[in-house]
Design a protein around this ligand. Sequence first.
Ligand SMILES: Cc1ncc(COP(=O)(O)O)c(C=O)c1O
Length: 414
Amino acid sequence: MSQSANHRKSIAIEKIRADFPILSKKVNGKPLVYFDNASTAQKPKLVIDAITNYYENQNANIHRGVHTLSQEITIAYENARVTVQKHLNAAHPHEIIFTKGTTESINLIASSFGKKFISKGDEIIVSEMEHHSNILPWQQVCEERGALLKVIPINDAGELIISDYKRLLNSKTKIVAITHLSNTLGTINPIEEIIALAHAQNIPVLVDGAQAVPHIRVDVQKLFADFYVFSGHKLFGPTGVGILYGKEKWLNELPPYQVGGGTIKTVTFEKTDFADLPLKFEAGTPHIEGGIGLAVAIDYINTIGLDAIAEYEHELLVYATEKLETIEGVKIIGTSKNKASVISFIVDGLHPFDIGTILDQLGIAVRTGHHCTQPLMQRFGIPGTIRASFAFYNTKEEIDIFLSGLEKAIKMLK
Ligand SMILES: Cc1ncc(COP(=O)(O)O)c(C=O)c1O
């Protein structure tokens, strides 16, 4: 389906909600209002059924058997890889590596890239708004190789300060690792510009797309991303599966991350010849049903259309932001002009945890705390926030329930 056809589609909300069994559940006696989508998204019945079907009808190991089940599931798994490739518009299926998730994908690149390309005195650039999963692996490489971690600062709206980024890039910079969309602030970063500036100095860029893929269309060739990573579970797919996209040229150059069954051409006790891409990076039996379930989730999202999703979620964002701003004592953290449907806020004099606990009693699931972005909390001088993050199955009615629950919580706690 063409992009413009998608754009004209609108969200058939009742039908969509019926696709997600958990949305009709009650929590603490109240209809569930699930606003913790940035942590993990709910799964449509199609994905749940695909996983059940795998165990009931398809279970066998891949890439290893001559028997029918093994061959059939190998084809299904490789087709899932092609679905991901097409979704990201990657040039080749073998540029798609299945991992456990975003965290493992980043660890893979940090470790392999670090071994091959980072040495004493080199520099790695991250930003002040990164998730711990896009800080710690680089911090570790820096410690191991004697390199330095450089940090792009943000302004009070929660936007990257691009002039400072330009100043940080230099001949010692070996890689830039940056989030596409902040899980705490909702900021959508100008990723094309960030990549172009790095490429002007021949520096590769890893993009943490964990939060971007559920909300916006990603075209890795258009972005010129060297590496793009995300998790299946935030994209309405299963937990335990994720993606590392890497340009063929880079993946060919990097050494394997983990080694073992599946990664080889020949093994003797003296020497191993490693397999070609993508198997070189996929040691051991993978999360087979995870890969298959993720492809089903991607197909499902594409039937709704990412442009329609982005448009609808923007409406939810604007609606919730305008109403939240009228509640006394509420301060939104992250006010970038270019934002996805993630709202973090604090309430004057109240602890986020206490508010989250009362909302939970009302059946409303929000996230409270530092959201694995402690340096970002330090930047704003706060211990944590309350975060409401919306998906395309959420509604304005749910936002009203959340806002009246919030007002109730504030009254109770003040
Ligand atoms: C921006 C970002 N990066 C990385 C991660 C880590 O993802 P996972 O726990 O699925 O590996 C998250 C999870 O919240 C995230 O939001």
